[in-house]
Ligand binder design. Structure first.
Ligand code: PGA
Length: 242
């Protein structure tokens, strides 16, 4: 596990951008595992700018997203489908047919999960981008998720519901209670992992991920076993590491 500590959010996005764009430049037909949430927004902005400047080509890139809410419409502005369109896909030359987000709105969620796992089993993710929850979750794999899990439906933790209320008018009642997420095994199967963490509310999650025991109490701690994992942390989130 390689830990890079940067000054602030701007530097975090810049460093993350450099690592991801280097992969896309070296391997134009790479497969990315993509994440949502507040943290990757600045990184996606840099990708859009580079694409518009003709410096980064997405035409051959494929992607698989980590997760999606269950119980809100696909077209809800806070669905992760919409998030990806708004923050990245609609602004770069990616082929939408090569992008994949779990179908949280599916009538038959078991079938949707099986299909996603089937797709993932045939794909090789070159780089999986991750944020981290204040409870140490990655994707929506909350504490207690088995390390051998694949895509499944989860009940979100109260802490996650509170963390995400900011995207739903700060109204806890509007935050979906369930999500569909890649499992920890799917994440560990990626050839490389890039985790970004910013802000003081991630201090404990980052400490437990980097220095803690490998335990399902902190799902991200499994990344200590990944052969090619880079964690970029700003000074606020790294406070207990220093
Ligand atoms: P955030 O979420 O980027 O909005 O902090 C991260 C996560 O929950 O994985």
């Amino acid at each position: 596990m390689k830990v890079i500590i940067v000054k602030n959010y701007e530097e975090l996005c810049q460093k993350g951008f450099e690592i991801m764009s280097e992969l896309i430049t070296k391997k134009p037909d790479c497969t990315l595992g993509l994440a949502t949430g507040g943290t990757p927004v600045g990184l996606y902005k840099k990708m859009v700018e580079a694409n518009k400047a003709g410096k980064l080509d997405f035409s051959k890139v494929s992607s698989y997203n980590l997760d999606e809410y269950v119980g809100i419409d696909y077209n809800h502005p806070e669905s992760y489908h919409k998030f990806m369109r708004r923050n990245l896909f609609d602004h770069v030359n990616i082929d939408l047919a090569k992008t994949h987000v779990p179908d949280g709105g599916a009538k038959d969620s078991k079938k949707a999960i099986d299909e996603y796992n089937e797709m993932l089993s045939k794909a090789t993710i070159d780089m999986q981008l991750l944020g981290i929850g204040s409870d140490g979750h990655i994707g929506f794999d909350e504490p207690g998720t088995p390390f051998d899990s694949v895509t499944h439906i989860v009940d979100l933790e109260e802490s996650t519901i509170k963390d995400n209320a900011r995207f739903f008018d700060n109204d806890l009642n509007k935050v979906p209670r369930k999500a569909m997420t890649m499992g920890l095994k799917n994440i560990m199967d990626a050839k490389s992992v890039l985790l970004l963490a910013s802000g003081a509310n991630k201090i404990d999650a980052i400490y437990n991920t980097v220095r803690g025991d490998i335990s399902t109490d902190c799902p991200a701690s499994i990344l200590q076993n990944h052969p090619n994992c880079t964690i970029i942390v700003d000074e606020a989130a790294a406070a207990k590491l220093q």
